[in-house]
Design a protein around this ligand. Structure first.
Ligand code: 3EB
Length: 334
């Protein structure tokens, strides 16, 4: 397969030239970090056999590297992976809302400028991390500040802020800078929504002055390949949190939502059907003490699939977990 996702407890020791980028999840490393774009997701792993996991996208196509306006990126034929980290303190003097709002808007503006310049205009998947995501400052929760900056950048850069929007997650990590990784492509994604949920870009104003700009999932098309990205998915039906305070109930609702997005993917995909048991999962757990219940609740629904669990904060205070997933199929050339 042209683009491959690999996960390993140790750093890829020597660069092979096929690395596009990835993430370093878990404890900060004591030694060297990879030279390719790596998103640092420093959060305690739960139930893992290693302190950290190196996740890497590998390509069998020639890879070109670049760095622009603080974005470290690599690209190959038809797709680009990049990472940007911004320090909110650098935006303290901004006239536009809070430092976080200004940093979020600036990060997305830079991403869109890069994608235009590199002619990979279609944002496929975005991984957003910020610190203290539920903290209210100046009367507005920080996640909601982030949503204002993100949506402003989409609108000002003449991007759709509804419908054709990327898959995403937005997660709180203690002590993290604003960190955004993204994958973009030359071909548009097929955006997926969930019939059980109001589209996030249509959430009512109860959840903040601006709606979040993401789809429930995307089908994306590297050459001869189809990848399914399922966005961060939580215990939300319609637009409301369900099963507050009930961690097993939130597991069931989250998986019912993922199953509904997979069903949409299977309606729209070009490859064969996707199944819950052949996705690879990342699960964000708000309270480490809920981990065992979550693992036991998910096991019968997911089977032996690859699952990485970590402690992190979810964007609504009443959500106890969030689950994201992905899978890849090769496409037969006609
Ligand atoms: C939700 O469904 C839960 O703001 O990018 C999930 C995935 C969530 C992505 C984002 C937020 C985001 O509203 C939260």
């Amino acid at each position: 397969m042209a683009l491959q996702f690999v996960s390993s407890p140790s750093a890829v020791s020597r660069e092979t030239g096929s690395e596009l980028g990835g993430a370093l999840v878990g404890e900060p490393p004591s030694g060297a970090v990879p030279v390719w774009p790596v998103q640092r997701v420093f959060a305690p792993l739960l139930g893992a056999t290693s302190a950290a996991i190196h996740e890497t996208w590998l390509s069998d196509q020639p890879v070109v590297a670049g760095c622009c306006e603080g974005i470290v990126w690599r690209r190959t034929n038809g797709l680009l992976y990049g990472v940007i980290e911004l320090d909110e303190a650098d935006f303290a003097a901004s006239a536009k809302g809070s430092p976080l709002q200004a940093a979020s808007e600036e990060a997305y503006r830079r991403i869109f400028r890069l994608l235009d310049a590199e002619q990979v205009p279609h944002l496929w998947r975005v991984w957003n991390y910020l610190s203290a995501i539920n903290l209210e400052t100046d009367g507005l929760e920080r996640y909601r500040q982030f949503n204002i900056g993100r949506q402003d950048a989409f609108l000002d850069c003449h991007r759709d802020a509804t419908g054709n929007v990327p898959a995403a997650c937005a997660i709180g990590l203690a002590g993290s800078p604003l960190s955004i990784a993204f994958m973009a492509g030359a071909l548009p994604a097929v955006a997926l929504e969930n019939p059980r949920q109001v589209s996030a870009y249509n959430y009512p104003a109860d959840y903040g002055p601006r709606s979040p700009t993401f789809s429930r999932g995307t089908l994306v098309y590297p050459p001869a390949q189809e990848i399914l990205f399922i966005s961060g998915t939580a215990s939300i039906v319609g637009h409301e949190t369900v099963a507050p305070g009930d961690v097993a109930g939130q597991c069931r609702e989250s998986m019912a939502n993922i199953a509904a997005v997979v069903a949409e993917a299977n309606r729209l995909c070009r490859s064969g059907p996707y199944a819950l048991t052949d996705l690879s999962y990342r699960v964000y757990v708000r309270q480490a003490t809920d981990f065992r219940v979550i693992r036991e609740s998910l096991a019968p629904l997911i089977g032996p699939a690859e699952i990485v669990y970590m402690q992190a904060d979810i964007c609504r205070h009443d959500l106890l977990l969030e689950i994201e997933a992905m899978a890849s199929h090769s496409l037969e050339e006609a």
